[in-house]
Design a protein around this ligand. Structure first.
Ligand code: ZN
Ligand code: ZN
Length: 814
């Protein structure tokens, strides 16, 4: 048969559409699999990373369909966000027009790849119907106290003119545009993710072995739980006076209460209220005040990378146990967002404190024994620590905390690095935050029946300020509570809010999309997602937010599940010449061109064959060619097939070559379940099929060819669906694609075993014997084969090593 990829790919794509072949059934009784690849941002064109992500997901989905699973394999568009607005600024296109036309184009590209997505469940997160339900969730979260508005210091991107969450900073720069982020005080909306910190951490245990360890570790570190002591440092009388009696004390948090006697200074963040007071009331000399202000304006990451820097504040506090005066400094490594922005410093047992103390010549007091040099951060016995001296430091921790609690000047606490999720963005192309500001009532949520609060189309997008704020009428509204004049909130939601619940939307039957955001029964049936596939770059942001949202939606009564994604596969990057493919580097391959030249099946086969999915995939034109040739070979050999069904074969009557070919075919089949269900090492399965093909080529039996093609097309259909379906149609009326096939064990049965014959310690002969032979038969055969060397000899010992050799010890016959 001649291989004509374009023709057959168009044919099958149309047929699948006509048959609605990939729509899940409405039944919630059937066994199910929810296979989800992370949805794309509609940037304009697919890139190779997308092709890889979707080829993996599609292969898994198609595999499970063959086993009568009800399979949900949906796709949609993560459609809000800055690039749409940037396109508007650059090319004068309306973000909505830009977004939806990109979606239309990219939908065509996905189609051309033959991906088995549900078509009825597709949506874009910028659809007003999606916004409607998201706004309802936001209002419910507000009512439950999980969303609040407050004024805080935020990360501000001066290029995109918007706030960024901590998760959206990369080394102190904007994750989108790379501009250095500045700190700015402004009001915004926050989701109380810290309330779920413990659960988010605990539930990582449920994902062990199912998510990559690297992702679990990254989330654990991001949540950053630490146990310790929180206590108050009282200011000295003199210091209180210096601060005009405005401050009495401040709170510090430490994870090392065992080192309390080693405190030799305390450090405050540059934004700490006391530091600010000293600066603003000119209580420090001008130069020092300027330097402190400069630190306050630096981003957290930037500060973490900078050299240790600090200044004495000219005040002191009283050590709660010794009563000694301890000097107070401000230091750039103390962050306002962690532990209240104040620390006790123990330079003998903390690297950072030590570096700082050494630089500024502050006292260093050892209180834990062990190690030659300071700082010493290991375990040891307490020294110079009053009543605690002699205790092991890990025991001392609890005792020091107890002492503080009994005395009433401190308590044991748990601290997290995780900060609340700031979801306000000062941009147009996002879901409006559904609140109004009323002079009489304050912040009021919109009435549910008025949702969605949709975006106005008639906006001017210039890159200056927030277009919603600048719109002449959009924000004028009536207060939902008192009916008076009010002003609509012009902030929109972070796009990560949309991707936090899309997995539930897909699970809801589209017939109900107007009535409900999430259908609870259907969500409970379909979720957790059985296999989620996406890039490692989402290890924290998206995957943490989606886990958090799932728990919140559970607590609000929308779903009953705890975790959204049961299993996660993070696919590696696609590289060329060792670097990630990117437009700016000019090392990209356009999937459209590849499909045009070779067809979708070649693209899919290459991408799944070139590397295991978890690893980087280096582009290789020759390997693309090789993939094409393999499919062509399947076509070439189609005419060797002589049977329209799976033939019954008399294995024993076959030639040695034909037997080996069958064995190779069934080795591939044996491997396949593990590949499709666990390891996703498609490359090994494809290699096994290629080996089977080579073995088939070395034999003549039409029946063996028929069986080989019957099985291989079944195995390869999830990977090269068009070619495999076409060949299966012509050769077997697609009977071979209806279910998983069974391994014929007979092909693995060994027919004879080779024995060596050792006589008098030397190898003298070999013989083959059937595997069922008895000990006596084996010995008889050995003696017959070795008769020549046994002449005139007497056997004194006979040893049979099963499946290997017979050893006959001899001496001359007397
Ligand atoms: Zn930016
Ligand atoms: Zn009002």
């Amino acid at each position: 048969m001649r291989y004509t990829p374009k023709e057959i790919e168009t044919k099958w794509q149309k047929q699948w559409d006509d048959e609605q072949a990939f729509e899940p059934s409405d039944s919630l009784e059937q066994k199910k699999k929810y296979i989800l690849s992370m949805f794309p941002f509609p940037s304009g064109r697919l890139h190779m990373g997308h092709v890889r992500n979707y080829a993996i997901g599609d292969a898994i989905a198609r595999y499970y369909r063959k086993q009568d699973y009800n399979v949900l394999h949906p796709i949609g568009w993560d459609a809000f966000g800055m690039p749409a607005e940037n396109a508007a600024i650059k090319h004068g296109r309306h973000p909505k027009e830009w977004t939806y036309s990109n979606i239309d184009y990219m939908r065509g590209e996905l189609n051309a790849l033959g991906l088995s997505f549900s078509k009825t469940r597709e949506f874009a997160t910028c659809d007003p119907l999606y916004t409607k339900w998201e706004q309802e969730f936001i209002i419910k979260m507000f009512e439950a106290g999980l969303l609040f508005r407050e004024s805080t210091t935020v990360n501000w991107c001066p290029h995109d003119l918007t706030v960024l969450a901590n998760e959206q900073l990369e080394e102190g720069c904007c994750w989108r545009c790379g501009t250095e982020v500045v700190q700015k005080e402004m009001p915004g909306y926050y989701l109380d993710i810290t309330k779920y910190a413990d659960e988010l951490l605990e539930d990582l245990k449920m994902l062990e072995g199912k998510w990559p360890n690297q992702v679990l570790t990254m989330q654990e570190n991001w949540i950053g739980k630490s146990q310790g002591l929180e206590f108050e440092f009282e200011l000295s009388e003199e210091s209180k006076a210096k601060l005009d009696g405005k401050f009495e004390k401040y709170s510090v948090f430490t994870t090392r209460p065992d080192t309390i006697y080693g405190v030799s200074y305390s450090a405050l963040a540059a934004e700490h209220p006391i530091t600010k007071y000293l600066v603003e009331h000119n209580l420090l000399d001008e130069e020092r005040a300027e330097k402190i202000t400069a630190i306050a304006n630096m981003g957290e990451r930037e500060r973490a990378q900078a050299d240790k820097e600090g200044y004495p504040l000219g005040i002191s506090v009283i050590h709660p146990l010794t009563g000694e005066e301890v000097p107070v400094w401000t230091a750039n490594f103390v962050l306002a967002s962690y532990g209240g922005g104040a620390v006790m410093a123990v330079p003998a047992h903390d690297e950072r404190d030590h570096e700082f103390a050494t630089k500024y010549d502050l006292p260093i007091k050892r209180v834990i024994s062990g190690g030659e040099e300071l700082p010493y951060t290991g375990e040891g016995e307490l020294i110079d620590s009053a009543a605690f001296t002699g205790l092991a430091n890990y025991e001392a921790k609890a005792k020091v905390i107890a002492t503080f609690e009994e005395a009433g000047f401190g308590k044991g606490t748990t601290n997290y690095k995780l900060r609340n999720w700031g979801v306000s963005r000062q941009r147009y192309w996002g879901a409006p935050i559904p609140f109004v500001h009323c002079n009489a009532c304050g912040l009021v949520p919109e009435k549910i029946e008025n949702l969605p609060i949709a975006l106005p189309d008639d906006v001017e997008i210039t890159g200056e300020g927030n277009p919603l704020d600048n719109h002449p009428t959009w924000k004028q509204c009536k207060c939902p509570k008192c009916g008076g004049d009010a002003v609509r909130e012009t902030d929109t939601l972070d796009t990560f809010v949309q991707s936090s619940w899309y997995q539930f939307r897909y699970a809801t039957n589209p017939k109900k999309w107007n009535e409900v955001g999430i259908d609870k029964d259907e969500a409970n049936y379909w979720l957790g997602v059985d296999q989620y596939i996406g890039g490692i770059e989402h290890a924290i942001l998206h995957l943490l937010y989606a886990r958090f949202f799932t728990k919140v939606l559970r607590d609000l009564g929308y779903v009953d599940i705890d975790e959204p994604f049961n299993r996660l596969l993070t696919q590696g990057m696609v590289t060329m010449d060792g670097a990630k493919m990117s437009k700016s580097k000019g090392n990209t391959v356009d999937p459209d061109k590849l499909i045009e030249e070779y067809g979708a099946d070649t693209a899919r086969l290459f991408i799944l064959f070139a590397a295991p999915p978890q690893k980087e995939l280096e582009w290789n034109d020759n390997a693309v060619d090789g993939a094409f040739r393999f499919i062509k070979k399947l076509y070439d050999r189609a005419d060797r097939v002589t049977s329209k069904t799976l033939p019954e074969i008399d294995h024993g009557a076959l030639s040695k070559e034909a037997k080996l070919a069958r064995q190779k075919v069934y080795e591939a089949l044996q491997k396949s379940a593990d590949v499709y269900e666990k390891t996703f090492a498609f490359n090994t399965l494809i290699a096994a099929c290629m080996e089977a093909m080579n073995a088939l080529d070395k034999q003549e039996s039409g029946e063996v060819w028929s069986e080989g093609m019957y099985v291989m097309l079944n195995l390869l259909e999830p990977i090269i669906p068009h070619a495999a379906t076409e060949l299966s149609e012509v050769l077997f009326e697609r009977e071979n694609l209806k279910a998983l096939l069974e391994v014929k064990e007979e092909v693995f049965v060994q027919e004879s075993i080779l024995y060596m014959v050792m006589i008098g310690g030397k190898k003298r002969a070999e013989f083959e014997i059937n595997p069922g032979a008895t000990q006596d038969e084996i010995l008889a055969a050995a003696k017959a084969e070795g008769a020549k060397w046994l002449e005139g000899m007497q056997i004194v010992k006979e040893i049979v090593v099963p499946n290997k050799l017979v050893n006959l010890a001899v001496k001359p016959a007397s």
